[in-house]
Design a protein around this ligand. Structure first.
Ligand SMILES: NC(=O)c1ccc[n+]([C@@H]2O[C@H](COP(=O)([O-])OP(=O)(O)OC[C@H]3O[C@@H](n4cnc5c(N)ncnc54)[C@H](OP(=O)(O)O)[C@@H]3O)[C@@H](O)[C@H]2O)c1
Length: 280
């Protein structure tokens, strides 16, 4: 049985839709919002709820662990969820991490992923890490009402990836990890999941101008300007830092590496930015 967390969300729903017919356990906070998938049972548990997770994970062999919504205690929630999975007898954890996950990553949220990866490794459980680049909608979603993308991304490049491509990889990896699936070359692997090319935000603005038929421009900010412009939202400091450093990570070049993993694993070329925007 494959257990999947986060199936009420944008990525998780795409993953479970690709696993129809496979014995599945959807582990959700609100069963009333669980997607309807043939072959799936539903169990209620939030990350970090040990007893509920033990119950929800009963009989689960392979767990698709989606990273939680960003919060100040996200790493603790991830660690507690991993511990519950190990205690429940889960053999493999497939975890959605982030490219360049490291304790000193420019993108502060990527540090959470490194700490989670390290914890998973420390338990000795089998793992596969899917290190996603930024999702493609990060770019189009960052356009303000005045048609301007503002952020401290300099002229750096980002090899953003679509959620559909990440979901296709995840479903392939999960199927191959199931008992009886034959060879499983994904055990112990870490994959960078990216789009087909890395682009600057100026290039993205040009694509959006063309496809949307209205002027979109990119206006680079300094780090100081970026923090100040987001002060008025009233968000906690850790969250503002995450927003700002997602752009700073583009400037640093840490998100520019293009990988062949999507094509290698699924046999299909990943979706590019323009193709993605035209399909919306
Ligand atoms: N690479 C990127 O650009 C990027 C962008 C955004 C997010 N992410 C990360 O990737 C993850 C998946 O992305 P997404 O687009 O699918 O996000 P999403 O649509 O917000 O979905 C998040 C899913 O995780 C569940 N979840 C979050 N916190 C949880 C908790 N504490 N306990 C149990 N379930 C929890 C949510 O459940 P509910 O429905 O109950 O809330 C939802 O099903 C995100 O959670 C985030 O960590 C990456």
């Amino acid at each position: 049985m494959i257990g999947v967390t986060g199936s009420t969300g944008q990525l998780g729903s795409r993953i479970v839709a690709r696993l129809a017919g496979v014995p599945l356990r959807l582990i959700v906070r609100d069963p009333g919002r669980a997607p309807s998938v043939p072959g799936a049972s539903v169990a209620q548990a939030a990350y970090g709820e040990h007893a509920a997770l033990l119950n929800a994970l009963d009989g689960v062999d392979v767990l698709m662990l989606l990273s939680a919504t960003e919060s100040a205690d996200r790493v603790a929630l991830h660690k507690a969820t991993v511990d519950a999975a190990v205690a429940a007898g889960v053999r493999r954890i497939v975890y959605t991490s982030f490219v360049g996950a490291s304790p000193g990553a420019t993108f502060t949220f990527a540090r959470d992923h490194w700490h989670t990866e390290q914890h998973i490794r420390s338990t000795g459980v089998e793992f596969t890490f899917l290190r996603d680049n930024l999702y493609l909608d990060f770019v189009s979603g960052g356009v303000g009402e005045d048609g301007t993308i503002r952020g401290p991304a300099g002229d750096g490049r980002v090899a953003a990836v679509s959620r559909d491509d990440v979901a296709a990889v995840a479903a392939t990896v999960l199927r191959s990890a199931s008992p009886g699936a034959g060879s499983d070359e994904h055990a112990g692997a870490t994959y960078d999941l990216t789009g087909p090319r890395a682009f600057t935000l100026s290039e993205a603005a040009a694509v959006l101008t063309d496809v949307w038929g209205r002027k979109v421009r990119y206006e680079p900010e300094t780090l100081d300007e970026a923090f100040r412009s987001r002060e008025s939202y009233g968000a906690p400091a850790w969250e503002v830092a995450g927003w700002v450093t997602s752009y700073a990570a583009i400037a640093s070049g840490e998100l520019s590496q293009v990988s062949t993993a999507v094509r290698d694993i699924t046999g299909v070329e990943p979706t590019g930015f323009e193709e993605y925007v035209r399909a919306q």
